[in-house]
Structure formats: structure tokens, C-alpha cells
Design a protein around this ligand. Structure first.
Ligand code: HEM
Length: 329
């Protein structure tokens, strides 16, 4: 954990830097941090390699079932299957491949979810109707089951979220979408063209890297009237707040009919594979936090974003107050 706290931020700064290894002290400047980011990555690889070795030793010593569901065990299982099925000359599912994937997951899954939650609290805490929306959220979250605790046909463990967790939480889903529309925690997605593409009079040649800028697309006035306004109801009832909105039936019957759902999870086969985990984390946090605490966003702070995940530059400062016990269900 300590290593992750120290190395992950250093690694992330390299994402938005000039890809050249500048000598010290220039490599300490964020724009030139590519070299120190690569060093952090190398050190982090060794940390994960050590974890892999320790986990293998534990499993071999009979400590911990090999099918415990932990991420390393899942990779070991996939590695075994892959090695059995692998054809001559195919890519090697070796430990370096596992390490790269573990680092990708840690890096893709940490700030994205926490920044989304932070932005949700910021927006709920500052919107005129924020308190009303929070009360509706509490009601919605208290009524629907968070986890699938029934028997599974395929025999996998109950208690894990079913796919599409948010279908039970339409208002929470709308708040998450709206927070990400206003402050996307992933600002762009990238693709490489597989053939020449003609777009809007421009030729984009095969093999070019293109990016979809989620920051800009989500603020287009033609798509979202009053684009800077926090209004989760855009994604309920065809975009309007109805007098009948209540926790019992927020947005019943319809998602947005007019305002497109922002592609916060990306597209196609690279669509975020961690999205159900992120949704579960957000449901659990909101379900635990909202009924127990009132909070006030401290006035006068800046909400402008910072790299890499667009969280408030100076964090979010709030004054927390525990709700009176009678108010806590
Ligand atoms: C609110 C939280 C999150 C948001 C908004 C988010 C968003 C995204 C987006 C937009 C992409 C790019 C998709 C594309 O290229 O089409 C992505 C990719 C990815 N995400 Fe997430 N993500 C979140 C949480 C997580 C979590 C919790 C994990 C894992 C624990 C995760 C793992 C990944 C990985 C591994 C990729 C790369 C997929 C690939 O390139 O094939 N994400 N995410």
C-alpha cells in the first residue's frame, strides 16, 4: 500500500509529459516527468513481481485456496489455461504480462472512481436542489438491494454485483453520468484507424491515432441545454425534472429521450472493464455516507481540475456533521 501511494502518482505524471528522458533536475518538472515516471514504473513492476512470488509461495504452501477470487489468483488461472491452449509462436502470457495488467488496473481504477465520487459530492453540495436530490438518493439506495444475494445458475458466489447494477438505481446512475459529463475523470479515449476514414471533409489516414475528447463533447450546448448546469434529470424522463419525481419512481419509464448519455465508460471492446466494480464502489459509498452525514462544501474554494483524473486541484473541502441518530435508518 505504501509503495502504491508513493509510486502510482509518480507513474501517472508521465502520462501527460513530453516522452523524453530529461536529466535531473528538469525531470522533476511535471511536463518533463517522463523519465521519473518510467523509473517509478520499473520500481512498481518489482513490487508487483514480489507480490506474485509471495502469493505463489503461499498457494504452494496450501495457505489460501488458489480459487480465492483475488486478482493474482485469477491471473494465475488464466495463465495456466492460456499455456495449455497456446499455439506455437503465440504471445507469451508470462509474469511480465500479469504485472503490466495489474499496474494498468491499479492505475485505471483508483483515481477514476474516487474523482467521480468527489465531483458528485461537490455538485450535490453546491446545487440549489442538491439537498432534495440527496434525500431522493437516500430513499432509492435504501429500497433496492445492492448485491445479488440469490442463487446463481452458474454456481458463482452470491453477494457480488450482478451486471447492470445501476438499473436498480436510476437516480444514482443519472447523478454519476451528470458528474462525469461536467467533470470527466477520463478526458479522452484513443483509437488507431484501421483504414482511411473520411470525416467532415478531412481524410484520416490508416494507422493514425485519434482521440475523442470527452471533456468538450459533453459540454456541447447543441446536445445539452444549459451545459454547465448540474441537472441529473437530463437523463431521466426525457430530460426534465418532473413534480412527480420521487425516490420511489425517479425517471420511471424512460431514460433521456433527448440528451445523449455521455460515453463515460468508453466504447466497444475497449469499454471500461472495471465499470461494474466502479458502480458497486459508488453505490456502497453513497449508501453508507449519505444517510449518516450532512456535509457543507466550504465556500470560496476552487473546483478547477487537475491531471490526471480531473479531480479538484486543491481537493474538496467539506464540513462533515454526523446526522442525529434518529435520522439514521
Ligand atoms: C468511475 C470510474 C471509472 C471510469 C469513469 C472509467 C472510464 C474508463 C474509460 C473512458 C476507459 C476507456 C475506454 C475506451 O477506450 O473505450 C476505461 C478503460 C479502462 N478502465 Fe476504467 N473507468 C473507471 C473505473 C475503472 C476501474 C474501477 C477499473 C479496474 C479496477 C478500470 C479499469 C480499466 C481498464 C483496465 C481500462 C482499459 C481497457 C482497454 O483498453 O481495453 N476502470 N475506463
Amino acid at each position: 500500500m505504501e509503495d502504491t501511494k508513493r509510486l502510482l502518482p509518480a507513474l501517472l505524471t508521465g502520462l501527460f509529459s513530453f516522452p523524453y528522458r530529461f536529466p535531473p533536475p528538469l525531470n522533476k518538472l511535471p511536463t518533463f516527468a517522463f523519465g521519473s515516471s518510467m523509473d517509478a514504473r520499473q520500481e512498481y513492476k518489482d513490487v508487483v513481481r514480489d507480490l506474485i512470488q509471495r502469493r505463489r509461495a503461499d498457494v504452494a504452501a496450501g495457505m489460501g485456496a488458489s480459487n480465492s477470487g483475488g486478482i493474482l489468483d485469477s491471473f494465475f488461472e488464466l495463465q495456466k489455461q492460456y499455456q495449455m491452449d497456446a499455439e506455437e509462436g503465440s504471445f507469451s502470457f508470462d509474469d511480465d504480462f500479469i504485472i503490466d495488467n495489474v499496474i494498468t488496473i491499479l492505475f485505471a481504477g483508483k483515481d477514476t472512481t474516487s474523482v467521480t465520487l468527489t465531483r458528485m459530492l461537490q455538485l450535490l453540495g453546491t446545487a440549489e436542489d442538491g439537498k432534495e436530490i440527496m434525500d431522493q438518493l437516500i430513499d432509492e439506495l435504501s429500497k433496492a438491494a445492492t448485491v445479488d444475494d440469490g442463487e446463481r445458475e452458474d454456481g458463482t458466489a452470491a453477494g457480488l454485483p450482478g451486471a447492470g447494477l445501476f438499473t436498480s438505481f436510476p437516480l444514482l446512475n443519472a447523478v454519476v453520468l451528470e458528474a462525469n459529463r461536467l467533470h470527466p475523470s477520463v478526458g479522452a479515449v484513443f483509437r488507431t484507424t484501421r483504414k482511411d476514414i473520411s470525416y467532415n471533409g478531412y481524410l484520416i489516414p490508416e494507422g493514425e491515432t485519434i482521440s475523442w475528447n470527452l471533456n468538450q463533447g459533453s459540454l456541447a450546448e447543441t446536445l445539452y441545454p444549459e451545459p454547465r448546469k448540474f441537472c441529473p434529470f437530463r437523463f431521466l424522463h426525457g430530460g426534465e425534472k418532473k413534480d412527480t419525481d420521487s425516490a420511489a419512481s425517479p425517471g420511471a419509464g424512460a431514460r433521456s429521450t433527448g440528451q445523449p448519455i455521455p460515453p463515460m465508460w468508453g466504447f466497444g471492446k475497449h469499454m471500461c472493464p472495471g465499470r461494474e466494480l466502479a458502480k458497486l464502489e459508488m453505490v456502497l459509498f453513497m449508501k453508507t455516507f449519505l444517510p449518516k452525514f450532512d456535509f457543507e462544501v466550504v465556500e470560496g474554494q476552487s473546483f478547477s481540475g487537475s491531471l490526471p483524473a480531473n479531480g479538484p486541484k486543491d481537493k474538496l473541502r467539506v464540513i462533515l456533521k454526523a446526522k442525529a441518530p434518529a435520522a439514521v435508518a
